[in-house]
Design a protein around this ligand. Structure first.
Ligand code: AKG
Ligand code: FE2
Length: 234
């Protein structure tokens, strides 16, 4: 079997396994397949294209001397391992784009659809988005999202090629974890007892992006978070 065959098989498995039981992700984690409409996905891809042009260009962050395989552009705050600043201090020192109001509203709708109570939804005010672009070879190792001071939920949106997302436990990078396919348009929310769960992307499935999503190849993932830092901090 060639690598291409293996990719093809992975792609087919990912495309056709939507009918099964929803994975039990434990309390605090919710997967809502097919949450964004095709129109919304295409519109977000257009925004993404504009974000990558700057003022801070999309780039692979450096972790312990190695470039990540994923490239990232940020909104609201600039993230570099392992802190948030208002300027892209490890890129070109330009100020980061503002966090858009429509994304706050989208984040609130995401919490509603993930089963959060109205008071929690109204209080939700994410102020940073990490927007990741994965090519077919990109991965993300198991990690916790813990550079934020706030433990408000993380809202994750996926567009383009499907991936295998590994969602684990709050203790360490190893088992127990659950591998779930995230497809174009899927929403994933992790908060409460799952907020500091280890998670990662074990692989991207090339050629699985639906034509109507607006992205020919690769995968975009947006995670909205709440830094808990005040506006003047740098
Ligand atoms: O790409 C994903 O689905 C997850 C991204 C992620 O975990 C992160 O940006 O911290
Ligand atoms: Fe993460």
């Amino acid at each position: 079997m060639t690598v291409d065959d293996a990719d093809e098989r992975g792609a087919m498995m990912t495309l056709f396994d939507l009918g099964g039981e929803p994975a039990d992700l434990g309390p605090g984690a919710t997967h809502v397949p097919n949450w964004l409409t095709s129109d919304q996905q295409r519109w977000i891809v257009e925004q993404f294209t504009a974000w990558t042009r700057g003022p801070v260009p999309i780039r692979a962050a450096t972790v312990r001397g190695h470039a990540m395989s994923v490239r990232t552009v940020c909104l609201g705050w600039h993230w570099r391992p392992y802190r948030y600043t208002r300027r892209a201090t490890d890129v070109n020192n330009a100020p980061v784009l503002p966090f858009p109001d429509w994304m706050v509203r989208l984040g609130r709708r995401a919490l509603t659809d993930a089963g959060y109570r109205p008071a929690q939804v109204e209080a939700y005010t994410p102020d940073v988005a990490l927007v990741n672009l994965y090519d077919a070879a990109a991965r993300m190792g198991m990690h916790q999202d813990k550079d934020e001071r706030s433990l408000a939920p993380v809202v994750s949106l996926s567009i383009g090629d499907a991936c295998t997302f590994r969602f684990g436990n709050t203790e360490n990078r190893s088992r127990p974890y659950t591998d779930i396919p995230l497809h174009s348009g899927d929403l994933f929310v992790f908060g409460g007892p799952a907020r500091l769960a280890f998670h990662g992307v074990t692989r991207v499935h090339p050629h699985t992006a639906p034509p109507e999503c607006g992205l020919d190849s690769g995968r975009i993932n947006i995670t909205m978070r709440t830094t808990g830092f005040n506006a003047r901090e740098d």
